[in-house]
Ligand binder design. Structure first.
Ligand SMILES: [Zn+2]
Length: 418
């Protein structure tokens, strides 16, 4: 990693300007026309041919499950198949294995430009607090990005059967988890589950980060219950609702009415296209629904709509590379967003949903930046080249270069004739 002041030379901004950007003490100190920046006392980095963007943030990851797809097959390919396969497998995982795969996944997100990552960590039978402790250790060691850990409670949380899971969730918060997570729609008492989560989160002064309505049918609609409960309690610490798939299947009037409640409650929504596209609609013979939430309806209501990668090569989603540009590209393809709106969802909206300060390429902004070799945002999403430079807290924390060798000019780079 590189400390000290930086001068990022000749970078292209999304608005078309070519600039030199001076970075100092974790902040953007100056933005000057290209060729006029003050390089004194800096490490100068030539970014000609690169687009310089506010860094993305990964708003919804599962670092504890990541990179397990080969070990945990899900032949059905649906949510039930994934849950069943994962619950059978996870008791065998050691704390060390969990930590190793979580570090590898975090490295992928960081290398692709995410300088903040919000991850869930499983709690429950067969895993206890092991996954949480592993992910907390990764969080505490992470020098290249900000990591937030959501304690992801097992179902049920309510009733006598939920006592063990409630105790584990409380233990996870005491151990230092940053947010309270659960799946209220899977609980026999969704409203009761939300009530328990809100009370615990309020007691610890942390946000709520729930998996909400991850199915195509409209019932139970835990999003509306959540909005009502947040408004009724005035819960002040931030609420994020991931998935909200069923909202995207409702008729526009019903979806609009619920979106208005979500906006009034100040709840942010995370659209998770990779996992939705993989898991949803497997029982449809044709015209398979895309499974994305109601992006336009939520935005029209004024809701913060972030997007995240969710599962990374695990039984819930066997592909993925831990790249917010992949998520943004899927919003363009499956959600019909513009490249600008899609990138905003994985950067500015994601940071807002995570409670992080905003980033712009302007003096005074936190220096959380991604430079990618591209001539426009559209091209960056189209090629998603690995050729990137990542800056967190004013320091270069990752640099990947891609070099293509012409076999006629550089035969030694290709191989040797035996
Ligand atoms: Zn998830």
């Amino acid at each position: 990693m590189t400390g000290g002041p930086l001068l990022l030379r000749a970078a292209l901004l999304a608005d078309g300007r070519r600039v030199d950007v001076r970075v100092q003490d974790g902040l953007i100190a100056r933005v000057d026309p290209a060729g006029t920046g003050d390089a004194s006392g800096t490490l100068a980095v030539d970014l000609a041919g690169h687009l310089l963007l506010p860094a993305p943030a990964e708003i919804h990851a599962h670092l504890d499950k990541a990179l397990s797809a080969d070990a945990v097959p899900n032949p059905a390919g649906d949510l039930f198949g994934a849950v069943t396969a994962w619950l059978a497998y996870r008791p065998s995982l050691t704390r060390e294995q969990l930590e190793t795969s979580a570090r590898a996944a975090l490295d992928a997100y960081l290398g692709h430009g995410a300088t903040a990552v919000r991850t869930h960590a499983d709690l429950g039978e067969g895993i206890g607090l092991r996954a949480l402790q592993a992910v907390l250790a990764v969080r505490d060691d992470a020098a290249g990005c900000t990591v937030q850990v959501t304690a992801f409670a097992a179902t049920p949380l309510t009733g006598a059967a939920g006592a063990v899971n409630r105790a584990l969730l409380a233990d996870a918060l005491a151990a230092g988890a940053d947010a309270v997570g659960a799946c209220p729609g899977l609980d026999p008492d969704p409203a009761g589950c939300i009530e328990i989560c809100l009370a615990l989160a309020a007691r610890h002064g942390v946000p709520l980060d729930l998996h909400v309505d991850e199915w195509l049918h409209p019932d139970p609609c835990s999003l509306e219950l959540l909005a009502d409960a947040v408004t009724a309690t005035g819960f002040p610490h931030g609420v994020l609702a991931g998935h909200c798939v069923s909202l995207g299947m409702m008729d526009p009037d019903q979806a609009g009415r619920i979106a208005d409640k979500v906006a009034r409650a100040g709840i942010a929504v995370a659209c998770l296209p990779q996992t939705n596209l993989f898991l949803q609609g497997r029982d449809h013979e044709r015209a398979v629904p895309r499974g994305l939430t109601a992006l336009r309806t939520l935005r029209a209501a004024g809701v913060t709509v972030a997007a995240g990668g969710d599962n990374l090569q695990d039984p819930f989603q066997i592909l993925g590379r831990g790249d917010p540009l992949e998520t943004a590209a899927l919003l363009v393809l499956a959600g019909h967003d513009t490249p600008e709106t899609a990138y905003d969802a994985v950067s500015a909206q994601a940071r807002e949903a995570a409670g992080l300060p905003p980033v712009t390429v302007a003096p005074g902004s936190p220096a959380e930046l991604l430079a990618v070799r591209a001539g426009s945002l559209r091209e960056a999403l189209a090629t998603a080249t690995a050729h990137r430079l990542v800056i967190h807290d004013g320091r270069i924390v990752a640099r990947t270069t891609v070099t293509r060798h012409d076999p006629d000019d550089h035969p030694a780079q290709i191989g040797h004739t035996a």
